[in-house]
Ligand binder design. Structure first.
Ligand SMILES: Nc1nc(=O)c2c([nH]1)NC[C@@H]1CN(c3ccc(C(=O)N[C@@H](CCC(=O)O)C(=O)O)cc3)CN21
Ligand SMILES: CC(C)C(=O)C(=O)O
Ligand SMILES: [Mg+2]
Length: 314
């Protein structure tokens, strides 16, 4: 009897040799998923092992978020992250991604000079970063750039509501769309971005009523982060999910695991074991030399003190 081998999917991310038991997630499958009411799961990844974990454990869209600036590189804001830095991380994530759809944030400053600059930066993210689509924060003001990208076949995930790249102008990370006027502006931006060809849209930090309403008005899947349960899917930052990010915990964050606790256990146990001499053990964790060879070696060395000490210890 022959065992069915793992499916080897050929992906547009250039990672076609990774084994995966899952079907490749596509824009079409995401739209079908929205239509059938199965929530879309999105998680950030900044490196190869995390990309593998997302792929293995059922994430639909892996996002190389510019949150990597803060949670992975130690910058104080996503606005510090450059395009080359983002591309470097995209390449690592792409090497570990087979089934999930792979999207990355366009870094602050890489898409402000209009459609031409935006296209050049997005092309680099696809060609050098090996991602499948780009995510861009912005409303009506970036519609022309989004249209330019989607017209040449670059999938765009829009991002409205709280736009972290604008935290200084917004005087902090504030919930958006709480007033009737604010809600209307976000809805209008969402409709315009869908019209410009966005395949999906992140709704960040808006009242859950508005999250559900915008979702009902759009045909494309919405992905919420702090937008309530009425969106087509959810996204969270990996380090928030795992409790490895110990900065401010936003209201929308739920910690699903305690990796920080595991890391503490691992590092302190290792340090203690080295200090008290219990690691490494000779029997299990060391290599052995044939005693005859070792004696010959000591003779070669003609080092009487070592021979004596060595034979005494036996
Ligand atoms: N670890 C982490 N998680 C994220 O979700 C995340 C990042 N980093 N870095 C980039 C942006 C920044 N984001 C943030 C950061 C803070 C809040 C926050 O604290 N919001 C307030 C809202 C206060 C209000 O207006 O009422 C909160 O308390 O939830 C929200 C989004 C989302 N992104
Ligand atoms: C949280 C998601 C939406 C994001 O933009 C990021 O991680 O940068
Ligand atoms: Mg981001």
């Amino acid at each position: 009897m022959s065992v069915r081998p793992l499916v080897k999917e050929t992906t547009p991310t250039g990672t076609g040799s990774l084994p995966t038991a899952r079907k490749k997630v596509t824009i079409q499958s995401l739209h079908k998923q929205r239509a059938s009411g199965i929530p879309i799961t999105v998680m950030t990844a900044y490196d190869f092992p995390t990309a593998r974990a997302c792929d293995t454990h059922g994430v639909d869209i892996t996002l190389v978020g510019d949150s990597l600036a803060q949670v992975c590189l130690g910058y104080d804001s996503t606005t510090r992250l450059t395009l080359p830095e983002m591309i470097h991380h995209c390449r690592a994530v792409a090497r570990g991604t087979a089934a999930p759809f792979l999207v990355a944030d366009m870094p602050f400053g890489s898409y402000f000079e209009g459609p031409k600059e935006t296209m050049a930066a997005a092309v680099r993210m696809l060609q050098e970063g090996h991602v499948e689509g780009v995510k861009i924060e912005g409303g009506i003001e970036i519609v022309d750039s989004v249209r330019a990208l989607t017209r040449i076949g670059i999938p765009v995930m829009a991002h409205v509501g709280l736009m972290p790249q604008r935290h200084t102008a917004l005087s902090g990370y504030r919930v958006q769309g709480r007033t009737a006027q604010g809600a209307r502006e976000i809805l209008q931006a969402a409709l315009a971005l869908e019209d410009a060809g966005a395949f999906s849209m992140v709704l960040e930090a808006i009242p859950h009523e508005l999250g559900a309403y915008i979702t009902s008005r759009l045909k494309i899947p919405t992905i919420g982060i702090g937008a309530g349960p009425g969106t087509s899917g959810q996204v969270l930052v990996y380090d928030d999910v795992m409790a490895t990010w110990l900065g401010h915990k936003a209201k929308f964050v739920r910690r699903f695991a305690d990796v920080k606790g595991e890391v503490k256990k691992g590092i302190t146990s290792y340090v203690d074991a080295v200090k008290d001499g219990s690691f490494p053990s000779v029997a299990e964790e060391s290599y052995h030399m044939d005693p005859e060879q070792f004696n010959q070696f000591l003779e070669m060395m003609d080092d009487q003190s070592w021979v004596l000490r060595s034979s005494k210890a036996e």
